[in-house]
Design a protein around this ligand. Structure first.
Ligand SMILES: [Zn+2]
Ligand SMILES: [Zn+2]
Length: 179
C-alpha cells in the first residue's frame, strides 16, 4: 500500500487554487487531520449496508486490480481540465477510499506525477487510469469509479470543478451539488 507522497505542495489543476476534488470531497473521513469532519455514511446514495460490502475494481486488461472493504469517504464527478486530459473523457467519476481499507490485487500500477504532490496511477499494460493521489488528501486514494465491478450504492453526490466542464456535453439536472 502506498502512503502519502513527500513532494512539494500540490497544484491541481496546475495554476488553480482549488484541487480535485476541492476540500477533500464532500464527505471526508472523520478524525483525520486536514480533512473535513462530516458525520454519517460517507458518500453513499443509499447509505447503510451498501457501504460495508467488499468492493473490487480492475483495469481494461485486468492486470491491475484493487479492492476495499467498508464505506468510502465520498463519491463524485470531477470536471477539471487535468482529469479530462488524463482520461480523455469529459468528466471523471471518483470514489475516495481510506488508505487503511484498500489494497492492490494483481500488478501494481505505474505512476505519473501530473503536478507537484500529485500522482496519477495507471495500468502499465493497457494504459487505463486507475487512481489519483495527492499530498493534499492524506490518507485516502481516489479510485476511478467506473472501474468498480459492482457500484451499487456508490452514488456520486457532487460535481467538482463545475466551471471547467466541457460545454458540448449536456448535463441533466441531477440535483447534485455543483462546486
Ligand atoms: Zn490493464
Ligand atoms: Zn479532476
Amino acid at each position: 500500500m502506498t502512503r502519502a507522497l513527500r513532494m512539494t505542495p500540490p497544484s491541481h489543476p496546475p495554476g488553480a487554487a482549488r484541487v480535485c476534488p476541492p476540500g477533500g470531497g464532500p464527505r471526508a473521513s472523520r478524525n483525520r487531520p486536514g480533512t473535513l469532519d462530516v458525520p454519517g455514511p460517507a458518500g453513499l446514495g443509499s447509505g447503510g449496508r451498501e457501504g460495508m460490502r467488499m468492493r473490487h475494481g480492475h483495469c481494461l486488461c485486468g492486470a491491475v486490480g484493487f479492492e476495499w472493504d467498508g464505506p468510502p469517504n465520498w463519491v463524485g464527478h470531477c470536471h477539471c481540465e487535468s482529469c479530462r486530459r488524463a482520461t480523455g473523457s469529459p468528466l471523471t467519476s471518483f470514489v475516495g477510499v481510506p488508505d487503511s481499507t484498500w489494497r492492490w490485487t494483481g500488478t501494481a500500477p505505474a505512476r505519473f506525477a501530473s503536478s507537484p504532490g500529485v500522482e496519477r496511477l495507471f495500468c502499465p499494460t493497457c494504459g487505463a487510469p486507475i487512481a489519483y493521489r495527492a499530498e493534499r488528501f492524506p490518507g485516502e486514494t481516489h479510485f476511478h469509479l467506473a472501474l468498480v465491478d459492482d457500484p451499487a450504492g456508490l452514488t456520486p453526490t457532487a460535481h467538482f470543478h463545475w466551471k471547467e466542464r466541457v460545454r458540448w456535453l449536456a448535463h441533466a439536472e441531477d440535483g447534485l451539488a455543483r462546486e
